[in-house]
Design a protein. Structure first.
Length: 330
């Protein structure tokens, strides 16, 4: 039977309030939290934006907490191995999962069975939200989404786009655009951002999606063109790039997010301290401006309850996109 995050108050209860199972001894001893090294399990490889943010947080949390904060990368398997590891860890706040929307918003729609469920986790905080750009190789004779759609209609089946794999955010966004615009563009799946963006730069594929942090320099250098960006408004870092909504494709959603989770049963005091201390780092003006704003991220730093509520609507929206795309687990 598929493990899912119910689109009701059950999800909020499970992710935001699933703390009652904590042993009394832990609940009574949280004044000293943490009492040993803390692990942040990152469900992605070293070097990417999520890994960089994890290491920046770890570096700043360690002196506050008086304990080492260690980043462990557990990439692969559609984030499932990393997530399962944390689900089976002690519920004491010393093992934290840092992952993206793929884990809880997309995977439940792709996999008929997962080795964990929403009941195994508590949402701590949504760190950031980011919108992705639709990028094109300079040889593509289109400067925006409207021109791309016209080109695709004139040359059905001759354009292609690279994604990070079946069910990835670029795959869902591109298939939504194809459906709404009535165009035929071929999907070429890669195994992550480190492959898809270079493939577009090299002309192996004509289109791809990527965040501002990993693509802005390529656009400024003329190696790629930005045709559109998701979200309700243009990015102040790239104000000349119109949104999909401006160009008549409101349904094309490109957002991704980074979030922290701990095993269900983790005492509320530990959850609240993690959220409070992480949010303080993210909101520090120097850090926010350099590491969040200048990378094209939108700062969130939401409370556990707000994050759990957000995930209800986010997972519902991703379910519609997965169904539309026909994506299957790889």
């Amino acid at each position: 039977m598929r493990h899912t995050i119910g689109l009701t108050a059950a999800l909020v209860a499970a992710l935001a309030c699933g703390l009652a199972a904590a042993p009394a001894a832990l609940a009574q001893g949280l004044g000293a939290y943490p009492i040993r090294p803390v692990r942040i399990i990152v469900a992605y490889p070293p070097g990417g934006g999520i890994d960089i943010l994890a290491r920046q947080l770890a570096e700043r949390l360690a002196p506050q907490w008086g304990q080492p904060v260690l980043v462990e990368n557990r990439p692969g398997g559609s984030t499932i191995p990393a997530t399962e590891l944390v689900a089976k860890s002690p519920a004491d706040g010393h093992t934290i999962l840092l992952t993206t929307d793929s884990t809880f918003s997309i995977n439940p729609h792709l996999f008929t069975k997962l080795p964990y469920s929403d009941k195994d986790f508590v949402a701590v905080t949504q760190l950031i939200l980011l919108q992705q750009l639709l990028l094109a190789h300079p040889s593509v004779p289109a400067s925006n989404v409207t021109e791309l759609v016209a080109l695709a209609r004139a040359r059905p089946g001759t354009l292609n786009y690279g994604s990070y794999g079946s069910g990835s955010q670029p795959h869902l966004a591109a298939e939504t655009l194809k459906s709404k615009a009535g165009i035929d563009i071929v999907h070429i799946p890669y195994k992550g951002i480190p492959f898809a963006v270079p493939a577009a730069i090299a002309g192996e594929v004509q289109l791809t999606f990527s965040g501002i942090a990993s693509s802005r320099a390529h656009v400024q250098g003329g190696r790629l063109k930005a045709l559109g960006i998701g979200g309700p408004k243009r990015s102040p870092l790239m104000p000349d790039v119109p949104t999909f909504a401006e160009q008549g494709y409101l349904e094309v959603e490109t957002h991704a997010w980074f979030g922290l989770f701990v095993p269900a049963g983790t005492p509320r005091a530990a959850v609240d301290r993690i959220h409070r201390d992480v949010a303080a780092i993210l909101n520090e003006p120097g850090f926010r401006d350099k590491e969040i704003v200048q990378k094209g991220y939108d700062l969130v730093a939401s409370s556990p309850d707000a994050f759990a509520r957000f995930m209800v609507s986010d997972r519902e929206a991703r379910g519609r996109a997965v169904k539309l795309s026909g994506a299957k687990a790889e």
